[in-house]
Design a protein. Structure first.
Lengths: 129, 119
């Protein structure tokens, strides 16, 4: 039986320990953590969509619940995950193809600032401020 | 800048699929989110609005494409995370089989729900 690759295992175990890490490690950890959150959300979302099979009463009751402020706050958290993962992912794709490798720090910082601004605007819209 | 992704050896077909579906998602998820949560009155569609929305052929194609992209991207992401933990080759093959099955079931479930709703 093959053994675990301890070099990789060690690398993976560093995700959550971002103490004294450079920006790249934060970007890496953010990508993985938001990704895990979004996969969990995807399956929760698909599960909720099964309410459509139970007809208008079941779905419309859920919609009424989902319009409550607590659910809207969860929407903002979801949107934060999407923005961070999506824009950070674009950076990873670009650098993976050799584009902007030397400017990764500036690219990451810029994209995260864009994420924060977009999140702020979307949150205002979600709560209809 | 320290980049752990740069430690990967070479681009694989899985990585390329991850990138292409990811880029697709930026567009499709944007459309999905805006159409369902910003354009829709009250931020969500009621049952009759969902049915009418999905019966639009253009919307239906975009939502099916979205389902394919999001499922592929998500499961390839799960695979990448598991591979980070240094799986053996047999374990990697088993993981690939499980994730392919999960993908087929997820897309099948999504298509099934959509079909039942719009028929």
């Amino acid at each position: 039986m093959s053994k675990l690759d301890y070099r990789k295992l060690s690398r993976a175990s560093r995700w959550l320990d971002v103490r004294n890490r450079k920006l790249g490690m934060w970007a890496y950890a953010l990508n993985r953590i938001t990704g895990i959150g979004l996969v969990i959300y995807l399956y929760m979302h698909l599960f909720v969509l099964s309410l459509l099979l139970r007809g208008p009463t079941a779905w419309d009751s859920f919609v009424a619940l989902a319009r409550s402020p607590y659910f809207l706050a969860l929407d903002v958290i979801l949107l934060a995950g999407i923005l961070i993962h999506g824009l950070n992912g674009l950076r990873i794709a670009l650098t993976g193809f050799g584009i902007g490798v030397g400017a990764q720090r500036a690219l990451f910082t810029t994209l995260m600032v864009i994420s924060a601004i977009a999140l702020w605007v979307a949150a205002l819209k979600i709560f209809r401020v | 800048m320290e980049n752990p992704f740069a430690q990967e050896t070479k681009p694989t077909s899985a990585w390329l699929w991850q990138v292409f579906t990811g880029v697709g998602l930026v567009v499709l998820l944007g459309l999905h989110f805006v159409a369902n949560h910003f354009v829709a009155k009250g931020g969500l569609r009621d049952f009759s609005e969902v049915v009418a929305y999905l019966r639009n052929p253009v919307i239906l194609c975009l939502e099916v494409l979205f389902l394919f992209c999001v499922t592929t991207h998500a499961l390839l992401g799960v695979r990448a995370i598991f591979l980070d933990f240094g799986l053996s080759e047999p374990a990697e093959r088993r993981l690939n089989q499980i994730l392919k099955l999960a993908g087929v079931l997820t897309i099948g479930y999504g298509l099934g729900v959509t079909w039942i709703v719009i028929r």
